[in-house]
Design a protein around this ligand. Structure first.
Ligand SMILES: NC(=O)c1ccc[n+]([C@@H]2O[C@H](COP(=O)([O-])OP(=O)(O)OC[C@H]3O[C@@H](n4cnc5c(N)ncnc54)[C@H](OP(=O)(O)O)[C@@H]3O)[C@@H](O)[C@H]2O)c1
Length: 243
């Protein structure tokens, strides 16, 4: 049976593990919960033979120093551990256009851009699968960004994608069903986070659009023409009961 280490146990890790299981592969899920902390050196010793590693770690911060330290350490330590263990594939999931100079003032994107630079310099090749914002982010933002009864929705122009569709491509790549070193993925249509939020069942509280950086408003996050379009439209996805 093919075995893939999935690092993290959050949204992406869970979706990738599900997609691997559908293909009859085993996901070995590792994170701090199982004593596997990527902020320091890690090892795959004791986890058996592995065909691939999917890096699905995350930190919730907009502080550039913290984000950069976390994401850089994650990729550096996982790359070293994968190389030591002779694992042929290390797949990092990143964000389309995170390296754009216009986004350098956003601490989180600066951290993801630093992570991609570490990946590009790694001793063994790191495959980078970049995705646009996930559909799930609209709900996630409501849960995170509030002041009293107000639910704050940054003005962002985006071309979102279903997380499951991204996870499917990640699983295919890990199992050798697809071949790429770099790939950008996006969903079928351009919209705004505000529109996405308004299509959700009404939340408790009052929705308030708030300014985001100019680059987020103006579409710097939108993918280029080479991006592959995957997954359903947002409205179809909502009708399927996913939110
Ligand atoms: N949201 C989007 O729209 C989007 C789009 C494109 C790409 N991405 C990228 O997708 C990745 C995963 O995002 P997500 O939303 O799935 O994250 P998430 O749900 O917040 O999960 C993050 C996971 O990271 C693990 N983790 C945190 N610190 C760790 C550490 N020091 N060592 C080991 N594991 C650690 C956590 O598990 P423990 O607590 O057990 O450690 C957690 O399960 C991120 O890199 C993000 O940039 C997201």
């Amino acid at each position: 049976m093919r075995r893939v280490a999935v690092i993290g146990r959050g949204r992406l890790a869970t979706a990738v593990a599900r997609r691997l299981a559908i293909r009859g592969a085993e996901a070995v899920v590792l994170s701090r919960a199982s004593g596997f902390d990527v902020t320091g050196p890690v090892s795959f010793a004791g986890h058996g033979a592995l065909d691939a590693v999917v890096e699905a770690t995350d930190v919730f911060t907009n502080d550039a120093r913290r984000a950069t330290a976390f994401f850089s350490a994650s990729t550096k330590h996982l790359s070293a551990a994968a190389t030591d263990a002779g694992i042929p594939m290390h797949l990092l999931v990143s964000i389309v256009n995170c390296q754009h100079p216009a986004l350098a003032g956003n601490g989180y994107y600066a951290g993801k851009a630093a992570q991609e630079r570490i990946a590009a310099r790694a001793a063994a090749p790191v495959t980078i699968l970049r995705s646009t914002l996930w559909f799930e982010f609209a709900r996630q933002n409501l849960d995170r960004l509030g002041v009293g009864p107000l639910r704050l929705v940054p003005r962002m122009r985006v071309r979102p994608v279903a997380l499951d569709a991204v996870a499917e491509v990640a699983a295919q790549r890990c199992l050798g069903e697809r071949s790429f070193d770099r790939l950008d993925l996006c969903g079928p249509e351009v919209t705004t986070l505000w529109e996405m939020t308004r299509e959700l069942p009404p939340p408790k509280g009052i929705l308030v659009p708030v300014p985001a950086g100019r680059a987020l408003r103006d579409g710097t996050l939108l993918p280029g023409p080479d991006a592959e379009v995957v997954g359903p439209r947002y409205s179809q996805w909502l009708r399927g009961g996913r939110r």
